[in-house]
Design a protein around this ligand. Structure first.
Ligand code: SF4
Length: 346
């Protein structure tokens, strides 16, 4: 199990809840726009938000944002260790910085001292796109791991252990291999992500395969689904990945058949209605929505509740593995909601 690292009021690693991370894509100098996006991210369920910080003016622009949000804020800094020190001083909760980029161990020590003084952890974030020259030519997963471990060693040399690591790649197999290999060597919390995952369904699927595979292995402490576009979508996708990997069970899981000619009702419309009606449920419930009696009763018996298409415009409702009543389509949603409510009171 990974060790615990505390970021503001959030503990990650060590079996704590896996945190969802995202990143603003507003102009960091535009404090109002960034504040609005951070607020939207927090409402959507983001646990940790990262901001790209590339100049002293940008660090200063972030100052009014600090303490405005419950979720920890992370300064993403590429090369300038002085900006990283400034970010600690103004109150950022974590920085993402690779100490090997500094090139001078005395300066690494200055950064480490600032992080220690302000209780700020460091995420080492290695990507295939920005690997150091010395690792070019190695198998990519091995190169990612070696690079990350080099940065880790630099921090450990100065007695710094509040470390989180990521080894991202836009190639799913590479990132899976890199994280698996890294997890065997370190007990620092790992931040999972497929970098430059892409947009829309392709990006979500790519992230789901990469992040989901690792979560199913028991690897990973925070996740980010990197999608082109509005970062709110990243939070929604991350939440679904956590649910479908079996990490977050507190929701209404709807399974439904793909339908075929045997289905005699608008199953997709019913699933959409049920999805909307159950989206705020925070207890584990499994609901099967099936087109007909071929696979319907079996699947419905396996779920807490089921809906199975019948004849004459009616559907059968299942509860606890048994058919309990037959209703019109229009009665399904209120009936299922009533049953779920009853179950949550038990
Ligand atoms: Fe077709 Fe019935 Fe199977 Fe749905 S459950 S796919 S309607 S056979």
């Amino acid at each position: 199990m990974s060790k615990v690292v505390k970021i503001k009021n959030l503990s990650i690693g060590g079996g704590n809840r896996i945190a969802i991370q995202s990143m603003t894509n507003t102009d960091t100098l535009d404090t109002d726009a960034t504040a609005a996006q951070l607020k939207a991210l927090q409402i959507a369920g983001c646990d940790i938000a990262r901001l790209a910080v590339s100049s002293e003016d940008e660090v200063k622009a972030c100052k009014p944002l600090i303490c405005k949000f419950d979720m920890p804020l992370v300064a993403d800094i590429q090369f300038d260790y002085k900006l990283a020190v400034m970010a600690c001083e103004i109150g950022f909760d974590k920085i993402r910085f690779n100490p090997g980029n500094i090139g001078d161990e005395n300066k690494v020590k200055i950064l480490v001292d600032a992080c220690k003084a302000h209780g700020v952890p460091i995420r080492i974030g290695v990507n295939t796109g920005s690997l150091e020259r010395e690792y070019i030519g190695l198998p990519p997963a091995e190169a990612l791991k070696k690079s990350a471990l080099k940065h880790v060693a630099l921090l450990e040399k100065f007695g710094f252990y509040d470390i989180v690591i990521s080894v991202k790649s836009s190639d799913v197999k590479t990132m899976i291999d890199a994280y698996r290999s890294l997890a065997e060597e370190v007990d620092y919390p790992l931040h999972l992500g497929v970098t430059e995952s892409g947009a829309d369904i392709r990006g979500i699927v790519r992230s789901a395969v990469g992040i989901g595979s690792l979560l199913c292995d028991g690897i990973g402490d925070t996740v980010r689904v990197s999608l082109s576009g509005d970062p709110i979508n990243e939070v929604e996708a991350a939440r679904l990945i956590l649910q479908e990997s079996g990490i977050d069970k507190n929701y209404c899981q709807i399974v439904s058949c793909p339908t075929c000619s045997r289905c005699k009702y608008d199953l997709k419309a019913l699933v959409d209605e049920l999805k909307a009606a159950t989206k705020d449920i925070k207890t584990p419930v499994k609901l099967a929505v099936m087109g007909c009696v071929v696979n319907g009763p079996g699947e419905a018996r396996d779920a807490d509740f089921g809906v199975v298409g019948g004849t004459g415009g009616k559907v059968a409702i299942f509860a606890g593995g048994k058919a309990v009543k037959t209703v019109d389509h229009s009665e399904v949603v209120p009936e299922i909601l009533r049953m779920i409510e009853q179950k949550s009171k038990i």
